[in-house]
Design a protein around this ligand. Structure first.
Ligand code: UN1
Length: 487
């Protein structure tokens, strides 16, 4: 499949149910660009509860055949999909930048990352499928084999419209599950593209089903009797509701939720490196990553020097149309999200924050938020320190000592990611011991995730098994322990 898309095409949205592209009979959804809301990208009917039911039934129907398909064959579909995704990196990267608002470079990078994730999981099909244990009895071996969960629902957010779905759908499929996928309704075009790649790879009917629609479809999915597992990325509030419903139905759930990630710059840090990494961690993708740096802890000795460097770099940080190669940062996903972030900034200032930097977004659209650095007195409650804004805003606090800096890093209900900047190995080791997060970066930005290692957070950031690497197998399969003896 090598599609070329012109800027003026409005792509018709379709659901994928039992191998058929069908128009949803629910309300009409229009996907437009946050950069320019007059630029309509895709439109079509959304899924209804009845469509969810058809999708779940199709997934159930396909489940036994797919589970019985040799793993290497399942991996083959993934590697063919990876090739299609790669071939479309420029076109889909452009669409992603238009639909979600991150820059084309980031959008194209994300499309290629999705392909890399598919390639990684296709290779998973060659790896160890289970374990063999010795038995305390003569003439017996004990095998622990793996089986798919069955029908798995995948609910994904807007901020990585192709990479996050890839890192849930690829392991779900390679480990033998069939999938019903509900993407965020603000990025339906990229969802359609990923589903097209899998259909183009020849995936059998019913193995992947796509239902596009509002968040309320999540209720129909989580309460569906055919559901055997649910993987979710999104807000902590929604994740906890889904987790409660899933627990009530006895369905395993993996929920990857919010973050309020700190970058800690200690007195001995390489300031040039730290400035660049904090800039990227906080402001790339307009701060819309669950792993983004949204809190900054500066040790007293370098605090002013660091802020001077950071604001100097932010002065050069160009905000505008994300498809313009000179631009570093686009809009947030919608005007409504932007209004909420701006209200958060105002509330933070009203509670005593000092504005250390505010970019200029005048003349840009409603969905643009100025990159903002707020400083708050340590120990004082402040909304920008506590709440996830999911935008280009950092809340800064100072610390007198390493111990105080690490305590401030832990001063959050969330525990997804943290970055520590130091050249002292002892302090890095201390950070490993004392900072309570799922992902710790030493001398690199708080965002980023490789497909072969576990991804997920501590505290309010995660619920259930982690994602990626070996953790993915743990979630997407269950074990059967076989006591094997000759007759
Ligand atoms: C990254 O940091 O590159 O929703 C990935 C999110 C995370 C993925 C972060 N689940 O932002």
């Amino acid at each position: 499949m090598t599609e070329t898309i012109t800027q003026t095409d409005v792509v018709p949205l379709r659901l994928l149910i039992d191998g058929q592209w069908v128009e949803g009979t629910g309300r009409e959804l229009e996907s437009s660009s946050p950069t320019n809301p007059n630029q309509l990208l895709a439109a079509g009917g959304t899924a209804t509860e009845a469509d969810v039911h058809s999708a779940m039934a199709a997934a159930r129907q396909a489940a036994a055949g797919w589970a019985a398909t040799p793993m290497a064959e399942r991996g083959g579909y993934l590697s063919r999909a990876a090739a299609i995704i790669t071939a479309n990196a420029d076109a889909w990267g452009t669409e992603l930048a238009r639909e979600e608002g991150k820059t084309f470079t980031e959008g194209r990078g994300e499309v290629l990352r999705a392909a890399q994730i598919f390639t990684y999981y296709s290779a998973e099909s060659d790896r160890l499928a289970g374990e063999v244990f010795s038995s305390p009895r003569r003439g017996e071996q004990i095998l622990v084999t793996r089986k798919p969960l069955g029908v798995v629902a995948v609910i994904t957010p807007f901020n990585f419209p192709i990479a996050i779905p890839a890192w849930k759908i690829a392991p779900a499929l390679v480990f033998g599950n069939t999938v019903v996928w509900k993407p965020a309704s603000s990025v339906p075009l990229l969802a359609l593209r990923l589903a097209q790649a899998l259909v183009g790879a020849g995936l059998p009917a019913g193995v992947l089903n796509l239902v596009i629609g509002s968040g309320s479809l999540g209720d129909a999915i989580v309460n569906h009797p055919e559901l055997d597992g649910l993987t979710f990325t999104g807000s902590t509030g929604v994740g906890r509701q889904l987790a409660a419903a899933a627990a009530g139905a006895g369905v395993p759930i993996q929920a990857e939720m919010g973050g309020k990630n700190a970058s800690v710059v200690l007195d001995d840090a390489d300031l040039e490196l730290a400035t660049e990494q904090v800039l990227f961690g906080a402001f790339r993708s307009t701060g819309q990553k669950c792993t983004a740096t949204s809190r900054l802890v500066l040790q007293d000795g370098i605090a002013e020097a660091f802020l001077a460097r950071l604001t100097e770099r932010l002065d050069e940080w160009k905000v505008g149309d994300p498809t313009d190669p000179a631009v570093h940062m686009g809009p947030v996903v919608s005007a409504a999200a932007a209004a909420q972030i701006r209200a958060g900034i105002e509330a933070s200032i009203a509670q005593g924050a000092t504005v250390r930097f505010a970019g200029d977004v005048s003349g840009l659209g409603e969905a643009f938020v100025a990159p903002t650095v707020l400083e708050i007195p340590a120990g004082e409650a402040n909304v920008s320190w506590r709440d996830e804004f999911f935008g280009p805003v950092i809340s800064v606090c100072r610390a007198a000592s390493t111990a105080e800096a690490f305590a401030l890093a832990n001063d959050s209900e969330y525990g997804l990611s943290c970055a520590v900047f130091t050249q002292d190995l002892t302090k890095a080791l201390d950070a490993m011991e004392s900072i309570d997060v799922g992902i710790l970066h030493v001398n690199s930005e708080s965002a980023g995730a490789d497909p072969h290692v576990p991804f997920g957070g501590a505290k309010k950031s995660g619920y259930g098994p982690k994602e990626q690497g070996g953790a993915a197998k743990e979630f997407f399969t269950h074990t059967t322990t076989v006591y094997l003896r000759g007759a």
